[in-house]
Design a protein around this ligand. Structure first.
Ligand code: 3PY
Ligand code: MG
Length: 263
């Protein structure tokens, strides 16, 4: 894929052209991200909230994912909006911010991810210029459109404030974290990302996104759940973390070897 096709990701997801599937990587190894990007994923998310990436390793992974012809997104740690603009400077196509619980949180997130007039992103996109091939002027004119700011909805307060969050100019879409949402809705009783109550909250969130003309993403722990979420109308879903995919692939190989050896 050319740089223009990679950077067309933001337009594609905004146009709701059909369910996208993303990889999710927390192991801080850029070459691992490159390997996953060879598969038919639409994008690769680097998880800096619960994964082990630091800024240099994440910037290298963005480059390795782009080398494989795919756009990279990064999930920042809670409230770490300074890292959001650094990751965009490194060429990430979008930022996922966890625990955005109010329109004020959403505005603080937009402040660092969008240039004026939407926000106050500070200038310094050196690697992004290299990756996109754009001049400084063209990057400044187009960066707000070429990159996406995605607010995570994963608390009771966020659900209640969803229209306010979606109404913030510069928030391009939302991402549901079903594990945290299930913990919040059960007042700390359980992690139940596939509970019926979570399904209803997710369907409600998709319909609010449609009403605001914004896109909806969500995490699923495996491909089967990812398929169900695509049926709910999500624009982009995760089909499990790389650690689970690695271990299930290893388990399948061991089981196959034992089965054939003992037959
Ligand atoms: C959640 O389910 O809470 C997430 O943040 C997805 O990783
Ligand atoms: Mg979460």
């Amino acid at each position: 894929m050319s740089a223009a096709e990679i950077d067309g990701f933001a337009d594609r997801i905004r146009q709701h052209r059909g369910g996208m599937i993303s990889a999710w990587v927390g192991i801080p190894d850029a070459t691992l991200a490159n390997h996953l990007a060879q598969e038919a994923f639409d994008t690769i998310v680097l998880d800096m909230q619960h994964g082990m990436w630091d800024m240099p390793s994440a910037a290298n992974a963005v480059a390795q994912v782009r080398l494989a012809g795919k756009p990279a997104l990064a999930r920042i740690p809670v409230g770490d909006f300074a890292s959001a603009s650094r990751l965009l400077d490194a060429g990430a196509s979008g930022i996922i911010a966890p625990m955005i619980n109010s329109a004020e949180d959403a505005q603080a997130f937009v402040k660092t991810t969008k240039y004026p007039p939407l926000g106050e992103r500070s200038w310094g996109p050196s690697l992004a210029l290299n990756h996109t091939g754009l001049s400084a002027d063209d990057y400044l004119k187009n960066a707000n459109a070429l990159t996406v700011a995605i607010a995570m909805i994963e608390t009771r307060a966020a659900l209640e404030a969803i229209d306010g969050i979606l109404g913030v100019a510069g928030i391009d879409g939302i991402f549901i974290g079903p594990s945290d949402l299930s913990i919040a809705l059960s007042n700390g009783d359980q992690v139940a990302p596939n509970a019926a109550e979570i399904d209803s909250a997710m369907q409600h969130a998709v319909s609010r996104c449609r009403a605001h003309g914004k896109f909806a993403c969500a995490f699923a722990a495996d491909g089967e759940r990812a398929g169900e979420l695509l049926k709910f109308g999500f624009d982009l879903v995760i089909a499990g973390a790389e650690t689970a995919q690695l271990r299930s692939g290893a388990r399948r190989a061991i089981n196959a070897a034992r089965r054939i050896a003992s037959a």
